[in-house]
Design a protein around this ligand. Structure first.
Ligand code: SF4
Ligand code: SF4
Ligand code: SF4
Length: 272
């Protein structure tokens, strides 16, 4: 059972959230929603332990497409950053705000940027592109994410000030925002030969994700005594993490999406 520990813990955390929200709000939606997500993660963990090649993609598609298609396009829930600001400023702590609190603000203290590796519907598509391993060195343009963060906040404040912010506007914004993210993400990935270029330079959500994931309980640890400095982990890492150092302040530490590629590549099992 020990090898399934992570999956069991994560399932229990999601189930605890599901039951507490169901009981406190009386809404069955929360029970079903978080049970579904917890189950996908747990099944993904079992598939990963069984070494199925596409275990991570299984979680990414089952959770990511559920959120994009069912919650976003069918239920009209804006789960993007603009939706978060809108619901937060409206004082409506529904699915959008809870999603941010759990997946992107407080959850990363437990599971780091697991959202980025296993659930994000933008990366779910970007990961299908040909450059899984970056073919170009990292650029120093990460500041763009802070500009995007400010623009997203300003847009919602402006819409609210003009009295144009409502659920219909937020739905159209959700559709337009996703089309824009996919277009920019795909163009950037092809131009820089790096599937995750959008995540590294543009995505405003990382402004929340990065500081919290620095303290993440779940992280890739390196036994530096065992490491033979072959560099294989560094070559396969899609996020340029200096994973062959164990310190929390290793280079690009808060970029790790827990995809496990480095662990699979290590010839001496120095990464856990
Ligand atoms: S950085 Fe942004 S786009 Fe990339 S996986 Fe994370 S949330 Fe999704
Ligand atoms: S390859 Fe390793 S260090 Fe790089 S993102 Fe994946 S899990 Fe993190
Ligand atoms: S793959 Fe393993 S042995 Fe090679 S540098 Fe990375 S941690 Fe060290």
């Amino acid at each position: 059972m020990k090898k399934y520990k992570t999956g069991i813990i994560l399932f229990m955390v999601f189930e605890a959230i599901a039951v507490s929200l169901w009981l406190s709000t009386g809404s069955l939606f929360f029970l079903l929603n978080f049970t579904y997500i917890g189950t996908c993660i747990a099944v993904g963990n079992v598939l990963m332990v069984k070494k199925w090649k596409y275990a991570r993609e299984f979680v990414q598609f089952t959770v990511g497409s559920y959120m994009l298609v069912f919650l976003g396009l069918i239920c009209h829930e804006n789960m993007q950053m603009e939706g978060f600001w809108y619901y937060l400023f409206s004082g409506f702590f529904g699915a959008g705000v809870l999603h941010y609190a759990i997946a992107k603000i407080f959850g990363p203290l437990l599971f780091g940027r697991g959202w980025c590796g296993y659930a994000c519907w933008t990366a779910m598509i970007l990961d299908l592109l040909p450059y899984r391993t970056p073919a170009s060195p990292r650029k120093s343009i990460g500041w763009i994410r802070y500009v995007m963060f400010g623009l997203s906040l300003a847009l919602v404040v402006l819409l609210m000030y003009l009295g144009k912010a409502n659920k219909t506007t937020m739905f159209y914004l959700f559709v337009a925002g996703n089309v824009l993210y996919y277009a920019v993400g795909i163009i950037l990935a092809l131009a820089l030969k790096d599937n995750r270029a959008f995540c590294k330079y543009i995505c405003p959500i990382t402004v929340f994700l990065k500081p919290m994931s620095y303290f993440s309980a779940l992280r890739i640890k390196c036994d530096e005594e065992k490491c033979i400095h072959c560099g294989k982990c560094l070559k396969v890492c899609p996020m340029d993490v200096e994973v062959n150092r164990n310190a929390r302040n290793r280079k690009n530490a808060t970029e790790c999406i827990l995809c496990q590629k480095c662990k699979k590549a290590c010839p001496v099992n120095a990464l856990k």
